[in-house]
Design a protein around this ligand. Structure first.
Ligand code: SF4
Length: 175
């Protein structure tokens, strides 16, 4: 099974799983997802203020190469609950399948948490103590949301979607 097939399997399985959750779980999950997405958006804004656009433009997005495992199951649920189908292209290696030469195709609120939280050395040098404290608190907030949502659903939502899909395939084969 190639990456595209794994992506399709993971996305479809997650859609099916999400549709089967009891209403109470769906509501609690929606609250956690809303907080998760708002936190990602807020953290992206902090990074943008540090002048990420010029640093990232000069660098050309080296941190975005080979990013296929960046999106986790909880990130993907953000797309599913908003009924958005992300555009993916697994043939453009080493470019990330979720981006293009123009940058990431995902809005900051839906971008993988791992990408939002990654601070390269050039950005780190320009980060003030205040921004650092905001980023650390936001990181903890994202981790808490993922942990709570994982407990709620009984699924390891922090797992990269492609690895989760691989496990789903294995479970399928055993049936
Ligand atoms: S998902 Fe977006 S930000 Fe993350 S590595 Fe891929 S292109 Fe870069």
């Amino acid at each position: 099974m190639d990456d595209q097939q794994l992506w399709d399997l993971g996305f479809t399985r997650l859609e099916a799983l999400n549709s089967c959750f009891p209403q109470e779980t769906k509501s609690a999950l929606a609250e956690l997802l809303a907080r998760y997405c708002q936190t990602k958006e807020a953290l992206a804004a902090v990074i943008a203020e540090i002048d990420a656009s010029s640093i990232c433009r000069q660098c050309g997005g080296q941190c975005c190469l080979n990013g296929k495992y960046r999106i986790n199951v909880f990130d993907t649920l953000g797309f599913i609950t908003r009924e958005i189908l992300p555009s993916v292209n697994f043939t453009q290696k080493p470019l990330c399948p979720y981006g293009s030469h123009d940058g990431c195709s995902m809005e900051p609120c839906l971008r993988p948490a791992d990408c939002i939280l990654f601070i390269c050395d050039a950005l780190d040098e320009k980060t003030s103590p205040d921004s650092r404290a905001i980023l650390a608190a936001g990181e903890q907030g994202l981790r808490n949301c993922t942990l709570q949502a994982s407990r709620l659903t009984g699924e390891p939502l922090g797992t990269p979607l492609l690895l989760w899909a691989e496990k789903q395939r294995f479970i399928n084969q055993k049936k």
